[in-house]
Design a protein around this ligand. Structure first.
Ligand code: ATP
Ligand code: MG
Length: 435
């Protein structure tokens, strides 16, 4: 191992035995997105650094210390995207998609943040992002919550997550609150940790978000933003909770929920879990109307969220009902020079006739005995056997590997029919969602 190269710290491989669970989650995500009429958008992984500085804000954890920023060969400052909201909005503004239209979009892919790696916190991680544009009514905020509620249910982890909800009001409402908050914290300067003292003048709302146990008391007694909201913000918030009540979606109002990013207004929400230690937020989002103007667009409306796939997968891994998928249905044993060629031809004929069949052929020869061992290890239900005799007759032998029944000789056409029936019967009987 001395001379091998390792992956970058905090950037992980997803090995073949783990991919079925990812694919299962990805399939369900696609179905749920489609069922609410959302379209996929695909965006670059690298953007101009300026985009993130302008959208996320200079005094956030992300821009201050987490971005992977570099100069490319032209000397332009570029950044590996730490999140998708900015790039998605950049694309929609660039292609004039926001003029008098509404959009419901989703994207899926890697994000990069230079954080201290630990369970549930990586330097490359995958997010599902959902962004909607052009809709002011609280029903769209609620729709995003309903969509996630459905996704949790479809993935079998609804009982593992809880919804937390808050309203941050408008920028003006927050300004008045901010002054009160700074005044309050100034009276308790000695209890604030170094990070919070620094934030007191840059981003005081973030202090409410602290995970420092020594500060919990001072934070819990701080003034509440809810009391500073105007009529419009309050109505918007009440309309969302009314919809959730109506549809029996449980939620907790958490007046300390502020989110790390500067661009939110009115609604913010998080789906949290108690099962992943301090990395308890699986999905987070809210309304960010003002970001559109901040990035050069006309006044408009935007609501969205992002979900961390690694944290989602960590929750799904605890489900006993999900077993690894079977990568191979049929393994082809080929012994003899003629048989190898005939086998390859028949394998291609099988794949053309039954596209859903998972067929693996033996490579690198070996005796019948050693090839059967490999067939068994592959997990296949059947071995298709071709020796030189079969090759000459245009036949194959079919051997069930799991139920102890005997081997039978079939014409290639009969074998295609047999395997087609086998696959149809298995697909009907599927109980395991990963197969
Ligand atoms: P946290 O408070 O955990 O740092 P955040 O507020 O920085 O999260 P967002 O930027 O809102 O997170 O991203 C939304 C989701 O993306 C998070 O809830 C989480 O599931 C996931 N996520 C964020 N950062 C990471 C990371 N470094 N590794 C894995 N997942 C992450
Ligand atoms: Mg973070």
């Amino acid at each position: 191992m001395a001379n091998t190269i390792q992956a970058i710290r905090g950037m992980h491989d997803v090995l073949p035995e783990q991919t079925p669970l990812w694919q299962h989650a990805e399939t369900i995500i696609r179905e749920v997105m489609a069922s609410y009429g959302y379209s996929e958008i695909r965006l670059p992984i690298v953007e101009k650094t300026e985009l993130f500085k302008r959208s996320i804000g200079e005094v956030t954890d992300i821009v201050e210390k987490e971005m992977y920023t570099f100069d490319d060969r032209n000397g332009d400052s570029l950044t590996l995207r730490p999140e998708g909201t900015a790039g998605c909005l950049r694309a929609c503004l660039e292609h004039s998609l926001l003029n008098g239209q509404t959009h419901r979009l989703w994207y899926y892919g890697p994000m990069y943040r230079h954080e201290r790696p630990q369970k549930g916190r990586y330097r490359q991680f995958i997010q599902l992002g959902v962004e909607t544009y052009g809709m002011a009514a609280p029903d769209i905020d609620a729709e995003l919550i309903l969509l996630m509620d459905r996704l949790w249910k479809r993935l079998g982890i609804r009982d593992k997550v809880r919804l937390q909800l808050n309203s941050l009001g408008t920028i003006e409402e927050r300004k008045a609150y901010r002054e009160e908050l700074v005044a309050y914290f100034q009276q308790h300067l000695d209890t604030l940790d170094e990070d919070s003292q620094r934030r007191l003048h840059t981003n005081p709302l973030r202090i409410l978000d602290t995970k420092n146990p020594a500060m919990q008391e001072v934070v819990s007694k701080a003034p509440e933003l809810m009391a500073y909201l105007g009529e419009d913000s309050l109505q918007h918030f009440k309309a969302i909770t009314a919809t959730l009540d109506d549809l029996a979606i449980p939620y907790e109002i958490n007046t300390r929920l502020v989110r790390g990013l500067d661009y939110y207004s009115k609604t913010v929400f998080e789906w949290v879990t108690d099962e992943l230690g301090s990395q308890g937020t699986v999905c987070a989002g809210g309304r960010y109307d003002s970001l559109i103007e901040q990035l050069g667009g006309k006044p408009n409306f935007a609501v969205g969220f992002a979900m961390g796939m690694e944290r989602l997968l960590a929750l799904m891994e605890t489900l006993a009902s999900i077993q690894p998928a079977k990568p191979v249905d049929v393994y082809m044993v080929r012994v003899g020079t003629q048989a190898e060629r005939a086998g390859l031809r028949f394998a291609e004929a099988l794949r053309a006739a039954i596209p859903a069949l998972k067929l693996q052929i033996n490579i690198d020869g070996g005796s019948f005995k050693s090839q059967f061992k490999k067939a068994d290890k592959s997990g296949a239900d059947y071995a298709v056997i071709i020796g030189d005799d079969e090759a000459v007759r245009g036949e194959i032998s079919l051997k069930p590997l799991r139920d102890g029944q005997g081997q039978q000789s079939l014409s290639q056409q009969q074998a295609i029919g047999f395997l087609r029936d086998y696959l149809a019967a298995r697909q009907k009987a599927v109980v395991n969602p990963l197969n």
